[in-house]
Structures are given as structure tokens and as C-alpha cells.
Ligand binder design. Structure first.
Ligand code: ZN
Length: 346
């Protein structure tokens, strides 16, 4: 921190980060991240931490931006480990910068907000996403980035497509980035874009809690933390979409590949036997969702996200799912860092 104006700006960003982190339609668990450029130092949310804790906990890490950008430009694999660029003298807790640090560094604006907004994701999984966005964001300076694995591949995908003046990125099968010169500008743009992309979720019936308790039996499975999570199993269209594969990276990281949908007559124990390994969640069509007993807070948040996203997807749309190779790349990539993320997700 060089002076009080810088400190004040970082405090402003931390307050905004907390409000973004408290909105499950904008971020879930350790997903999403925010940053502020002060000179050549990029202050960014630490990997595995939750945005909602930004105001009360010290979760912003300083990163040396110039060497990081040089590594991205040189396609140096070091850019996939942003912790190598953290400024140790200003990082006493030895926090690791977000895996999405390169995305923030590439944007020229001082303040960058990256969110896993459920409205944006619901459009970003549709094959007609670009046309949908064009209709809603006309007049704004946005660019569509097709799906790339977060980290260096995504950074390179952005670097190749970024044009001067662009301050909105729609990340295919992933989320939204907005940027501004001040915290207030970025907040205003986030509000504007998310309002333009907003669409209501399909309404569903209430979950059948008694039936779910019976289906759980002595399996150790229990109810999701949020009652909203059940909708993905209750709504037949959402259940169909979820059952067909993985739609975005944090789903794979927190819940595993795709979703397990119970077959007619199956209870939790029989569904687990069929899978061979206990899945993080089981969807019971028309009734609701059961979660594994040891599911983390992050897994619970991500299960609700799946309901919020699929409820907004156009039922006639063709969907882009992550391919088998893309799923594998997420499961196998930098396992240590992901483990840290999961653990921190509690
Ligand atoms: Zn992200």
C-alpha cells in the first residue's frame, strides 16, 4: 500500500466484493474474483477464498503485473502458476493469487470484476449465445470468448480477441468479466450488464422433503443447504439439461463430472451402487436433490447454482457441454491448487 488513497480504493473494492459474494446469483463458493491495479501491482482475490469474506478477512494478494503479462505473451507455462508472481514482501500470509489472475492482468482497466452470474452462464451455455448477447448488449463494448480452461489457455484466448475499449467479456460456458477505471464505474457496469442479461427462472413445485428423507434412508445423504437447489430435479427440462453433462468448470471442480439422475424406483443406496462411487449429489426427478453427507459448503453452493442456471436456459436451445477432454483437463489440472480450493470451500 503506497498511500491512503490507494488504501481507500482497496477498501472500496473489498466492500463491493463482499456484496457480490453475498449474492448467489453472482458468485458461488470460492468462484468469481475481483482486482484493482495500483501502479504495476495487481491486487486480486486469493485462490480458494470466498468473495463474501473480502471486507472482514485479508484475502487480496499483490501480484507483479509486468512479469506475469510477459509470461502470458511468451506462452510461458509459469503464467499458469500466478503464485510465482505474488509480491512476497506484501503477502505475509503467503496467499496464492486466483487461478484467473491472468484474466484480470490482461484487462487494461484498473478495476476488474469476474463473476459466475447465473443469468450470464445460462446464456453462455447456449449454442446461440453470441446472437443472444448481441441482442441484449447492443451499444456496449463487449466481446465473446469461447470456452477455454481457466488459467493460461483462457488468458491466451482473451489476449487474441481483446480489442481496445472493450470492457465486457462474455466467457463461453463460464461467466462474465466487467472492467472500469474506478470501483464505482465497474460496479455500475456490472449492474447494467447483469440487468440486461437477466431472465427469470422457470417456476417449479416445492420439493417433496418427506419422500427425499425416505429415499436417503441410512445412506448418509441429506438435504441441500439451500431449498432452491431442488429445482434442478423437480423441473423436467432442468433435469434433462443437468443429466446430459457438465456445463461450466466450477461444476466439475466442486461436484464432479455431470449429474447423477436416479432411475425410476431407485433410492440413494441403489443409485450409489449403480454409479460405483458415491456422487456428490443425486437428482430425484420430480422430487428434489440429496447431497452426500461430507459435501462441502462449496459443493452445496454449486448444486444450487446448477438449479439457478438451468432454470434460466431456453428449453428449445441447443446446449454446449464441456467435452470429455475438457472435463478431464479440469479434474487433472493442477490438482494441488484445486484441492486447496475445495478445502478452503469448507
Ligand atoms: Zn471464473
Amino acid at each position: 500500500m503506497t498511500d491512503t488513497a490507494d488504501a481507500h480504493e482497496l477498501t472500496e473494492l473489498r466492500a463491493l466484493s463482499t456484496s457480490i459474494g453475498n449474492d448467489p446469483h453472482l458468485t458461488q463458493a470460492a468462484g468469481g474474483n475481483t482486482s484493482l491495479k495500483l501502479g504495476d501491482t495487481l491486487w486480486i482475490k486469493a485462490s480458494g477464498t470466498w468473495l463474501k469474506d473480502a471486507a472482514t478477512d485479508d484475502i487480496m494478494v499483490p501480484v507483479a503485473m509486468t512479469p506475469l503479462l510477459s509470461a502470458v505473451e511468451a506462452r510461458d507455462p509459469a503464467a499458469d502458476r500466478p503464485q510465482a508472481f505474488a509480491i512476497a514482501a506484501l503477502n505475509p500470509r503467503k496467499l496464492r493469487p486466483s487461478i484467473e489472475t491472468t484474466v484480470h492482468a490482461l484487462m487494461p482497466q484498473r478495476v476488474v470484476l469476474h463473476v459466475h452470474c447465473v443469468h450470464t452462464i445460462s446464456l453462455a451455455v447456449q449454442a446461440d449465445c453470441e446472437a443472444q448477447i448481441a441482442g441484449r448488449l447492443s451499444g456496449l463494448r463487449w466481446v465473446f470468448i469461447p470456452y477455454f480452461r481457466p488459467g493460461l489457455p483462457l488468458a491466451q484466448g482473451i489476449a487474441e480477441r481483446l480489442r481496445p475499449g472493450v470492457d465486457v467479456l462474455i466467457l463461453g460456458n463460464h461467466g462474465l468479466v466487467v472492467a472500469g477505471e474506478t470501483v464505482a464505474d465497474a460496479e455500475l457496469l456490472l449492474k447494467r450488464v447483469t440487468t440486461l442479461l437477466a431472465r427469470p427462472g422457470r417456476a417449479t413445485a416445492e420439493p417433496d422433503i418427506n419422500a427425499l428423507r425416505q429415499l436417503a434412508g441410512d445412506s448418509g445423504y441429506g438435504l441441500p443447504a439451500d431449498i432452491e437447489a431442488h429445482a434442478v430435479a423437480i423441473d423436467p427440462e432442468s433435469c434433462r439439461m443437468a443429466g446430459a453433462g457438465s456445463l461450466y468448470p466450477d461444476h466439475v471442480i466442486f461436484l464432479g463430472q455431470g449429474s447423477v439422475v436416479a432411475r425410476p424406483g431407485e433410492n440413494a443406496t441403489r443409485a450409489i451402487e449403480r454409479c460405483g462411487a458415491p456422487p456428490m449429489a443425486i437428482l430425484f426427478p420430480g422430487m428434489g436433490v440429496l447431497m452426500r453427507g461430507d459435501a462441502s459448503a462449496g459443493a452445496h453452493a454449486m448444486q444450487r447454482c446448477l438449479a439457478d442456471v438451468t432454470a434460466r436456459v431456453d428449453v428449445t436451445a441447443q446446449l454446449n457441454y464441456l467435452t470429455a477432454a475438457e472435463n478431464d483437463a479440469l479434474v487433472n489440472w493442477d490438482a494441488e491448487q484445486y484441492r486447496q480450493k475445495l478445502n478452503a470451500g469448507g
